[in-house]
Write a protein that binds this ligand. Sequence first.
Ligand SMILES: NC(=O)c1ccc[n+]([C@@H]2O[C@H](COP(=O)([O-])OP(=O)(O)OC[C@H]3O[C@@H](n4cnc5c(N)ncnc54)[C@H](O)[C@@H]3O)[C@@H](O)[C@H]2O)c1
Length: 272
Amino acid sequence: MNELFDVDGKVIVITGAGGVLCGGMARALGGAGAKVAAWDVIEPAAQKVADEINSNGGTAIAVKCDVLDKASLAEAKEKTVSELGEIDILVNGAGGNKKEATTSDDLSFFDLPAEAVRFVFDLNFIGTFLTTQVVAKDMVERGEGTILNISSMASLCPLTRVMGYSAAKAAVNNFTQWLAVHICQNYSKDIRVNAIAPGFLLTEQNRFLLTDEKSGDLTARGKLIIEHTPMGRFGEPEELVGTVMWLLSDAAKFVTGIVVPIDGGFSAFSGV
Ligand SMILES: NC(=O)c1ccc[n+]([C@@H]2O[C@H](COP(=O)([O-])OP(=O)(O)OC[C@H]3O[C@@H](n4cnc5c(N)ncnc54)[C@H](O)[C@@H]3O)[C@@H](O)[C@H]2O)c1
């Protein structure tokens, strides 16, 4: 059974690896023997994750890269291949929301600045698209590889307030299905493309929406989410790891083009 979930020796690129969720995935995958390339626009954050993996006996490098800049992605790929070998797995994790692209009592839909919405759309969708273009080209030439996109609960049914983020993650889901089919039809039946849609985990990107900045108490939105989550709590970053290991390993060998919710039942509950 362990062999099915084996990622030992696999070269895995994780974008946004300096962040909370993808840093957690990087540590788990590094601990399972994968050679991890932690890509992030904030190099010291990626370096910290790589150092932790290396000091625990794993193999990891930190690579500075901007997922919105193809030249930067190409450089990151060259560095990764020369230091770790050909890339087996890509996790497109860089993403997030922005306060200025989120409606509130002070910012109506009609005043949302296009540049803020564009920023969020680009970071989540264009960043996934460009990174995949750069990394998957080699996978296609070798005829094998695995891609995992990081979507969100906002993608399945849009969440109030986060308009640009919901649209961008919906685009990520659509792209996941599109690319899974396109690659099988045109390049290789052994390259899989899937996504996870994490539910609500309390991290820096959503803390301002879910908790009060001063008291730390749940906001009305935070309370609503908990009430709508059958499991009655926020998720923990490490609770993504099992599904990620499944989708990245041979355990999911016949699985492509799906988006897996990891949400404590949020997406299954109509509210009634
Ligand atoms: N936190 C949640 O509850 C939650 C829920 C669902 C989905 N997600 C998704 O999970 C992923 C990780 O989220 P997180 O909460 O760990 O966020 P985070 O902010 O902790 O991490 C995001 C990382 O991406 C990096 N990054 C930002 N712009 C970049 C760029 N242009 N190029 C390269 N790297 C860049 C940041 O430096 C940061 O280290 C995101 O795609 C996010 O949308 C998060």
